[in-house]
Design a protein around this ligand. Structure first.
Ligand code: FMN
Length: 394
């Protein structure tokens, strides 16, 4: 018996408005689609109007290669290659909603209308290749103003070397000896919320079909979540509810502003890996709150709030967090971290641990990873037409 699955066996559901569902699709609000049998890595998934051809996601990856936050040929080729390579969803890197929210001066930005068209060029190509373009909106908070990693990644401490004053919830630096972040006043927090909303609207004008809020890895929103970096005593600090306020408020405002067909994802660090820090129980509570304001997917990462944490890095090490949040909060999740093999990735989906699998470094090593995964999992790879007829000849 020919057990090869053809991509045409499970066509993506056409964009269908708010409650997209169908073959491999998921009804937004139900939480997950595990009632539909035979779902694996290659099964399409429609979330609101975003029809993903499979569950393979190119994880957001900073390229530190922009000038004045503007995308250029590098971003087109970098992201475009991975769309050619068969992924279902291709995320543009952490894209800053404000100049001072950049990790390095080379970060992409979306604080200015001029930044829309260069991103739109990238988006058009990703969509032409049959993938869906997503963007991660970010503010680096106290971890802003650094050199790129290939230059050592040191803090840019003063304006003369291209640095700027960093901000955060409290005057607690990431590393001892780092410049103290300036605690944000409440009116400044209001302006940052507005900046995220405006950035989301610019992302829509650029054509993005998925928006992700970056609330992980020790950047601004995660700094508000964790009691280790947030020592405020106002509405944005203290109780877990207060610490979650900023992420939830931005998600809620973005949800109201985004078109119905555009799903909202939130990336979180499920734990700080430090006693007394942010942890899985708080992440589950946050996920429930985010679900109630219309967030569809929790992209589940971990760590990076503090420099010293013992993290058991290894194959699938963050997957249990995605599974627990999915189960306890009844929301779709993405798994990420040390996922490299097609069977491994597919098992994450078939076991019900997550709805999407995000790959980062393996996608750098192999931009055509998704095509190879299709082959490995006995599906006809969805080569672009320019390549497909030729490579199938032998
Ligand atoms: C070069 C590079 C840049 C990254 N930039 C981002 C980013 O912009 N936003 C983000 O949330 N994570 C970022 N990450 C983290 C990845 O998205 C991913 O979570 C992490 O690398 C673990 O996945 P992996 O084991 O498949 O690499 C970056 C990782 C790499 C390697």
């Amino acid at each position: 018996m020919d057990t090869r699955r053809k991509s045409s066996d499970t066509p993506p559901t056409p964009a269908s408005g708010v409650q997209g569902a169908g073959a491999g699709g998921s009804v937004a609000g139900v939480g997950n689609d595990r009632t539909i049998p035979d779902i694996d890595l290659l099964t399409p998934l429609t979330i609101r109007g975003a029809a993903l051809r499979n569950r393979i996601v190119v994880s957001p990856m900073c390229q530190y290669s922009a000038v004045d936050g503007m995308a250029d040929d590098w971003h087109l080729v970098h992201l475009g290659s991975r769309a050619v390579g068969g992924a279902g969803l291709v995320f543009t890197e952490a894209t800053s909603v404000a100049p001072e929210g950049r990790i390095t001066p080379g970060d992409l930005g979306i604080w200015d209308d001029r930044q829309i068209e260069p991103l739109a060029r990238v988006v058009r190509f990703i969509h032409r290749m049959g993938a869906v373009a997503g963007i991660q909106l970010a503010h680096a908070g106290r971890k802003a103003s650094h050199r790129p990693p290939w230059d050592g990644g040191a803090t840019l401490k003063v304006a003369e070397e291209g640095g700027w004053q960093v901000v955060g919830p409290s005057a607690v630096p990431f590393n001892e000896g780092d410049p103290l972040p300036r605690p944000l006043a409440e009116d400044e927090i209001g302006r940052i919320i507005e900046a995220f909303v405006k950035a989301g609207l610019r992302a829509i004008r650029a054509g993005y079909k998925v928006v992700e809020l970056h609330s992980a890895h020790g950047y601004l929103l995660h700094e508000f979540l964790s009691p280790l970096s947030n020592q405020r005593t106002d509405l944005y600090g203290g109780s877990p509810e207060n610490r979650m306020r900023l992420t939830t408020e931005i998600a809620s405002r973005l949800r109201e502003a985004l078109p119905d067909e555009v799903p909202l994802f939130v990336r979180i660090s499920a734990t700080d890996w430090v006693e007394g820090g942010w942890d899985l129980a708080q992440s589950i509570a946050l996920a429930k709150g985010l679900k109630s304001v219309g967030v569809e997917v929790i992209d589940t990462s971990s760590g990076a709030l503090v420099p010293k944490a013992t993290i058991p890095v290894g194959k699938n090490y963050q997957v249990p967090f995605a599974a627990a949040i999915r189960k306890e909060a009844g929301i779709m999740t993405g798994a990420v971290g040390m996922i490299t093999e097609p069977d491994q990735a597919s098992e994450i989906i078939t076991s019900g641990s997550a709805d999407l699998v995000f790959l980062a470094r393996e996608m750098l090593r192999e931009p055509y990873w998704a095509l190879k995964a299709q082959q490995a999992l006995n599906q006809d790879p969805n080569w672009p037409v320019q390549y497909g007829y030729a490579v199938r000849r032998r």
